[in-house]
Every structure is written in C-alpha cells, then in structure tokens.
Design a protein around this ligand. Structure first.
Ligand code: UDP
Ligand code: MG
Length: 321
C-alpha cells in the first residue's frame, strides 16, 4: 500500500484529445488514492513524441496548474514504442507501479483499479485484454487478429488481443531495462520477462477526437518488427520454398526426359516463360526477406539510443521552465 503510481501516456499530435484525457486520468488517480491506497505522489507522465501541434503547450499548462501532471518532451518524433519506453524508464526511477495507456483513452480507464488490485494480489505485470473489438473498423479488427495468429504460428509468444495497455511493477521495469533492442516491439518482449502476470478484460472504445496516429505505413512497420525481432521463421520459409522449387524442377526434368524418350517432345514456351518469372519472383522475395534481417542486424549493431529527452517537467520543477 501507499505505492507511487505513474500513468504513462505517449502523445503525438494529440491536442484535440489531451485536455479531456488529462482531466479523466486525474480523476482516476484521485479515485485510486481513496480506494486503493496509492500514494498522493502518484502522477500522470505525458510523453510528447515530437508533436508539431500544441501538445507540449497543453502539457506545460497542465503541469503548471496540477502537481500530478508531469511532462517529458522528446527531441523529435521517435515513434510510439520508443516514446512509451522513454516514459516507462522515467517511471522506473520515480514510481513503484506504472500503467501505460494511449492518449486517446480508447482503452477503458475503468479497469485501471482492477489492474492495481491484481498488483496487490502479487502480479508484477497486468495485461489489458480487448474482450471485444466491435468498435474498431472491420479492417483494423481483422488485420490485427490475423496478425496475432500469424505471430503465434511463427512461435512468437504474444498475448492475444493485448496492445500496450498494461501495468508493470518497478521490478518488471528493471527487468525490461536489461533488454537493449533497437528494433523495439514491447508486446513481444514483456512475455519474455517470465514474471507473474494477470489479465483484465475490457471493451475497446473509439477514439474521442482527432485521427489515428498509426497510419497503415507505421502499422506495417510495427508488424514487420514484431515478426523479424522475434522469429527467424520467414528465413526458414525461404529455404523451404527453395527446396520445393528444386523438387518441382526435378519432376519437370524427369517429365521432359520421359517425353524425349517416347518421342513426344513438347514445345513448352509458355511453361518456360512462366517458370522463369515465377522463380525470379521467388528469388527476389527471398533476397528481400533476408535483407530485412540484415537491415535489422545493422541497426542493432550500431546500438543507437532510441530517444533523446529534451525536457522533463516533474514534481521538483513545478513552477519552473
Ligand atoms: N503515438 C506516438 N508516436 C507516434 C505515433 C503514435 O507517441 O509516432 C501515440 C499516440 O499519440 C497514441 C498512441 O501512440 O497515444 C496510439 O496511437 P493511436 O491511438 O493513433 O493508434 P490506434 O489506436 O489508431 O492504433
Ligand atoms: Mg488509438
């Protein structure tokens, strides 16, 4: 009891939803102080991921007027996963428990109390699970669920229908800090910690205002990261395809030989051109898949920092800056 809780919120161009989200999260903190006995020093940490709108001004205004609103400004847009990690690493130093949630509050803040209760029952990590995605678009719902299935078929251990709405204890964050990956996919890393976990199920709502900050391009980049950071199955598939192609080639050779012996030589222009293009395509895809992995090895080897914190507005600095 009396633990310090940090609610970590990555924000990228969120001026439309932020004022409302901050007031809702502050009221959740207020309730938790009363009902779960969390410390009065608990805070909301808003990470500005290089926004180009008024996001940082809004964070500053709220920080000036309320001591439980903290801000962390990254020097440029580093992407959701890196922004979230930067906030979690600050929370690791300043709090006993962290809860990460998106700025648009599509995830149900009503279950935050259940998460804290599970923590008190001994869980180091509590996953928010989307029980239903009725309010997601048809496209998003189906691509997301298909993707989770694809990941598990490749042997990647992820939690089905869980995104980045989760509680992590300081111990879990300490363990997470041991991972030094450049190609970050937090949802894949956290199950690897192996700590005691719990789950709370909720219904995902719609974005209150503004538009999604995850366009198809960013979604695809995250999805590819999820696969290539945790599974070498695609490279194995390339090898398997090559072996199958060789067998087909062998069968074709046998067929051609038999035709030749029996005197029915075929004038196979179409089959020739098709197979050249088919194999050419397979080879280019294969090189592309291997290229993805080589590219990732390249960025891991350089080991560049994932983010730079330009400014931190925390409790000690109230009134400053
Ligand atoms: N976000 C971020 N950096 C980015 C893109 C998104 O910090 O480059 C944040 C965004 O502000 C939000 C969260 O990531 O808090 C999830 O984005 P969004 O709600 O737009 O994604 P969706 O729910 O559409 O998948
Ligand atoms: Mg959203």
């Amino acid at each position: 009891m009396n633990e310090v809780l940090a609610i970590v919120v990555p924000c990228y161009n969120e001026e439309e939803v932020l004022p409302d989200s901050i007031s809702k999260l502050r009221s959740v903190l207020g309730d938790l102080r009363k009902s779960c006995g969390i410390s009065k020093d608990s805070f909301i940490l808003l990470v500005d991921d290089g926004s180009r709108d008024r996001t940082w001004e809004i964070i500053k205004e709220n920080h000036d007027s309320s001591s439980d609103v903290w801000g962390q400004k990254l020097s440029r847009n580093c992407g959701h996963q890196s922004a979230l990690l930067s906030g979690l690493m600050t929370a690791r130093e300043r709090a006993d428990i962290s809860i990460s949630i998106d700025a648009d509050l599509q995830d149900d803040i009503g279950v935050i109390k259940d998460m804290v209760d599970k923590y008190h029952e001994g869980c180091e990590i509590v996953y928010g699970i989307r029980g239903s995605r009725k309010k997601d678009s048809f496209f998003k719902r189906n691509t997301a669920q298909g993707y989770y299935k694809l990941l598990s078929s490749m042997g990647v251990k992820t939690v089905y229908n869980h995104a980045d709405f989760r509680l992590m204890s300081k111990k879990a964050l300490d363990e997470l800090a041991l991972y030094q990956e450049s190609n970050l996919y937090l949802r894949g890393l956290i199950p690897l910690l192996g700590l005691k976990t719990g789950e709370v199920v909720y219904e995902r709502g719609i974005r209150q205002a503004g538009e999604s900050k995850y366009p198809l391009k960013k979604m695809l980049a995250l999805a590819i990261n999820g696969i290539t950071s945790f599974s070498t199955e695609p490279i194995k598939m390339v090898l398997k395809t090559g072996v199958i192609a060789l067998f087909i080639c062998l069968a074709a050779a046998v067929y051609a030989f038999v035709s030749y012996i029996s005197g029915n030589v075929e004038k196979g222009w179409t089959s020739l051109i098709l197979s050249i293009w088919f194999l050419g395509g397979v080879q280019l895809i294969a090189i592309g898949v291997i290229g993805e992995y080589v590219g990732r090895i390249y960025s891991e080897v350089k080991h560049r920092p994932l983010y730079h914190v330009e400014e931190l507005l925390d409790k000690q600095n109230v009134g400053g800056n």
